[in-house]
Write a protein that binds this ligand. Sequence first.
Ligand code: CO
Length: 198
Amino acid sequence: MPTLKQLFEHNKIWADKITKEQPDFFDKLSQQQSPEYLWIGCSDSRVPANELLGMLPGEIFVHRNIANQVIHTDLNCLSVIQYAVEILKVKHIIVCGHYGCGGVAASLDDNQHGLIDNWLRHISDVYRFHKDELAQLSGDNLTNRLCELNVVEQVANVANTTTLINAWAANQNIAVHGFVYNLHDGILKDLKVSISSS
Ligand code: CO
């Protein structure tokens, strides 16, 4: 692990490299951002939105929380969605989960994890909605299927926000997608649950 001092050194190297390739990069970007994508992903350090999409600063607006959830009353996430849709006018919202998600796995065990259990309770709800299918599975198969179903549920939650309902009512061109990332090979999978109108 790098030390804090090394982090600043890495930052300097990174900024110098970009400036060398494109001298006006930071100048231009400091004027305004106009990303076409909003990413709603897990906080997991192994799932970095920009890097895995090969995107530079300025190309994707990002919100991350534990287990990539879109909770109906989470002002943080709802504010990100509103700003992204109404001000930045992103064209795509990507909800991205990942296989082996620790948050999803924790929602499945019987242990207490403290405050976070209240956050993970929403994933237990997803389990309940799909109990018939999930009760047939166990181990990694169960966790990974719940990771997928959690994404599907969060895509629906994005689509049901007042922001998206109003955007689609105004014929704004915006779609919501559900992806899952595989930690083992770095590959994204489209769950093909995209929604582009109400
Ligand atoms: Co996770």
